[in-house]
Write a protein that binds this ligand. Sequence first.
Ligand SMILES: [Zn+2]
Length: 74
Amino acid sequence: MTRPRRTNALSEHKVYRLELACDSKRFFKTEAEALDAADIRMLENMSVTIGVYQCPTCHYWHLTSLKPNQREVQ
Ligand SMILES: [Zn+2]
Protein backbone atom coordinates (compact mmCIF):
# COMPACT_ATOMS: atom_id res chain seq x y z
CA MET A 1 0.00 0.00 0.00
CA THR A 2 1.95 2.94 -1.17
CA ARG A 3 0.50 6.33 -1.29
CA PRO A 4 1.95 8.68 -3.84
CA ARG A 5 3.16 11.79 -2.14
CA ARG A 6 1.78 14.75 -3.88
CA THR A 7 3.36 18.08 -3.49
CA ASN A 8 0.92 20.86 -3.53
CA ALA A 9 2.27 23.17 -6.16
CA LEU A 10 -0.22 25.85 -5.35
CA SER A 11 0.68 26.18 -1.71
CA GLU A 12 4.37 26.08 -2.55
CA HIS A 13 3.77 28.98 -4.82
CA LYS A 14 2.52 31.02 -1.89
CA VAL A 15 5.62 30.52 0.22
CA TYR A 16 7.52 33.32 -1.34
CA ARG A 17 6.38 36.58 0.04
CA LEU A 18 7.88 39.73 -1.34
CA GLU A 19 8.11 41.46 2.00
CA LEU A 20 10.34 38.74 3.37
CA ALA A 21 13.28 41.05 3.85
CA CYS A 22 11.11 43.77 5.30
CA ASP A 23 9.25 41.73 7.84
CA SER A 24 10.11 43.89 10.80
CA LYS A 25 9.55 47.11 8.99
CA ARG A 26 6.36 48.93 8.59
CA PHE A 27 5.39 49.52 5.01
CA PHE A 28 2.92 51.68 3.19
CA LYS A 29 1.24 50.96 -0.08
CA THR A 30 1.47 54.46 -1.42
CA GLU A 31 3.92 57.30 -1.15
CA ALA A 32 1.13 59.51 0.19
CA GLU A 33 0.48 57.11 3.07
CA ALA A 34 4.16 56.97 3.91
CA LEU A 35 4.48 60.74 3.81
CA ASP A 36 1.45 61.07 6.04
CA ALA A 37 2.90 58.66 8.58
CA ALA A 38 6.26 60.42 8.42
CA ASP A 39 4.52 63.70 9.09
CA ILE A 40 2.81 62.33 12.17
CA ARG A 41 6.05 60.80 13.40
CA MET A 42 7.82 64.14 13.07
CA LEU A 43 5.03 65.96 14.87
CA GLU A 44 5.32 63.54 17.75
CA ASN A 45 9.06 63.90 17.91
CA MET A 46 10.29 67.25 16.67
CA SER A 47 13.93 66.27 16.87
CA VAL A 48 13.64 63.50 14.34
CA THR A 49 13.57 63.77 10.58
CA ILE A 50 11.79 61.06 8.68
CA GLY A 51 12.37 60.21 5.07
CA VAL A 52 10.37 57.91 2.84
CA TYR A 53 11.69 55.55 0.20
CA GLN A 54 10.29 52.94 -2.11
CA CYS A 55 11.70 49.57 -1.25
CA PRO A 56 13.34 47.64 -4.09
CA THR A 57 12.42 44.39 -2.37
CA CYS A 58 8.72 44.75 -1.67
CA HIS A 59 7.99 47.82 -3.79
CA TYR A 60 6.12 49.37 -0.93
CA TRP A 61 7.12 52.47 0.92
CA HIS A 62 9.12 52.52 4.12
CA LEU A 63 10.04 55.20 6.58
CA THR A 64 13.57 55.85 7.61
CA SER A 65 14.84 58.26 10.19
CA LEU A 66 17.48 60.64 9.00
CA LYS A 67 20.08 61.65 11.49
CA PRO A 68 20.95 65.29 11.35
CA ASN A 69 24.65 65.39 10.64
CA GLN A 70 24.58 69.08 10.18
CA ARG A 71 23.10 71.68 12.46
CA GLU A 72 19.37 71.80 12.64
CA VAL A 73 17.63 74.44 10.67
CA GLN A 74 14.18 75.38 11.77
ZN1 LIG B 1 10.37 46.66 1.71
